[in-house]
Design a binder for this molecule. Sequence first.
Ligand code: SF4
Length: 236
Amino acid sequence: MIKRGNFNSDNQNSDSIRNHQNIDTIMQILEKHFNYTDRTTLNRMRKDKNKDPFKILISCLLSLRAKDETTEKISKNLFTIADTPQKILTMPLGRLEAIIYSTGHYHKKALTLKHVSRELIERFNGIVPETKEELLSIKGIGPKTANIVLNFAFDKPALPIDTHCHRIPNRLGWINTKYPIETEKVLEQILPKKYWFEFNGIFVLFGKTICLPVSPWCSRCPVRKYCPHIGVIRSR
Ligand code: SF4
């Protein structure tokens, strides 16, 4: 049984880091196999030369627990009617809920969109802030969303950690972490910064197609010879 390290964000426990000597090799292989750049709504928005940080923030909030196709469709619909914090804030709650209904958790998401819009107007002049501290100071914006905004909207190095980005580095034996927030801190130490922009896109695609949460396709995996399969009980 593998012992998990106690997480301390100020003084990282070395138990959280396992063997990360093969990171470069694995990243270079994954780069070749997982071209994520046009695969998700947020990645497409990121490539747009006129990208709008507010739209990226709102799409990210809508994408939580929603299918990507739904996020894209609903985001587009919403932005034809309301594409600024002012417009979202003044829109009747019921109308906003009806527009975003199919993304799921529509009542909670509508309240979050309104709260975030109000905070942007009252505290940031209606402009999405560019620092993690400011983003996290807005209720409704968590570490993953803050890092998506920094990375996708402002091209700043940041590591948005979702379930795939947390699970796979643990399976690969790079890290030994229990929670995504811990994974982010440990990866910040061991993952070279040159990979930070692509890490989320590659690992999300990898996790959705090959390194699945349950019964991963290890027989089809391009990095299987480097993987110790930590925590994998059943594979194909
Ligand atoms: S070998 Fe299996 S567990 Fe390891 S990274 Fe590949 S799919 Fe995931």
